[in-house]
Design a binder for this molecule. Structure first.
Ligand SMILES: Nc1ncnc2c1ncn2[C@@H]1O[C@H](COP(=O)(O)OP(=O)(O)OP(=O)(O)O)[C@@H](O)[C@H]1O
Length: 285
């Protein structure tokens, strides 16, 4: 944990009369994709906002690449559920604007070229001159993804980025994010309610108990090999064991484990489990 690229060290969020979570510890390694899963209200968005520097924790701190977070930064790009594009700018200008904030000295031609290249990577070269109102929800979210990746952040933060999209578009974008994040070796942290999305994308999945006073109860290591694809995910050995484990947590243990921690609980040493390895272990002689 001490050597993690992103180190979340004992953060808490308290409101008068209500503690959302307390003493939360976890790390994210460089190039790792971490998803957080938990029921509504356990504090997932609060954790993401703290990682983004949009909110300060009531206690504890977050270290990214050796530096404590003190506010928002282009080093940590956020993709929200709504795409948050500037409506008066074209797709290319939206990406170009972010790039101009990152690279203050770049001439206009270089910004345009880099913005185009970012849009090509998400398959939007035809839509570069369109404004957000002329784009579908999926295309707008793609611009958001292009914009976030173009600035090459130290960490990509995603708060249910696909939840407002139809199932087909969501699936296509999940596969694309998997590809783009792998190509860029991007460190990523994502909130999702979709268990298959977490299994497709994550190296590790953080399971949080129900709030108030939510806890990080377990870390599930996703040992399914990469590359993974949505269409074939369910046929990978270990997939069902992994999925059942997470669903069982959401249905039962997120509730039964909520509240006071068990005796001897150490929030710095949350158990890491590898449920997808179980079939291999059973098959061993
Ligand atoms: N001003 C406030 N006073 C008291 N409690 C608050 C305040 N603002 C937020 N909360 C509580 O903080 C908790 C965490 O909210 P957060 O949005 O982080 O949860 P979440 O897990 O992301 O939920 P969802 O999945 O619904 O987005 C909620 O239970 C909410 O009621």
């Amino acid at each position: 944990m001490r050597h993690a690229y992103v180190s979340v060290e004992g953060i808490a969020r308290r409101y008068p009369g209500a503690t959302v979570f307390e003493d939360l510890w976890f790390g994210v390694n460089r190039g790792e994709f971490v998803c957080v899963v938990g029921h509504s209200g356990c504090g997932k968005t609060t954790v993401l906002n703290i990682l983004a520097g949009l909110e300060a924790p009531s206690a504890g701190e977050v270290i990214v690449d050796g530096q404590a977070i003190e506010g928002p930064s282009l080093d940590r790009a956020v993709i929200f559920q709504g795409h948050a594009l500037m409506p008066w700018m074209t797709a290319e200008q939206n990406v170009g604007f972010a790039l101009s904030c990152r690279h203050r000295g770049w001439p206009r031609a270089r910004l345009r070229e880099a913005a185009r290249a970012a849009l090509v990577r998400v398959g939007l070269e035809q839509a570069a001159e369109k404004k957000p109102s002329q784009l579908s929800g999926g295309m707008k979210q793609r611009v958001g993804i292009a914009r976030a990746l173009a600035i090459e952040p130290k960490m990509l933060l995603m708060d249910e980025p696909f939840s407002a999209l139809d199932a087909l578009t969501r699936g296509v974008l999940q596969d694309e994010v998997a590809r783009l994040v792998a190509e860029a070796d991007q460190t990523a942290f994502m909130i999702t309610h979709d268990v298959d999305e977490a299994i497709l994308l994550a190296d590790r999945i953080l399971l949080m108990t129900n709030g108030p006073e939510a806890r990080l109860a377990e870390i599930v290591v996703n040992t399914l090999p990469r590359p993974r694809q949505r269409a074939t995910l369910h046929r990978m050995p270990g997939y069902h064991a992994l999925r059942d484990h997470i669903l069982e947590f959401l249905i039962t243990r997120s509730r039964t484990l909520a509240g006071a921690p068990p005796a001897g609980w150490d929030p710095r040493r949350v158990p890491e489990l590898r449920p997808a390895d179980a079939p291999a272990a059973l098959a061993a002689p």
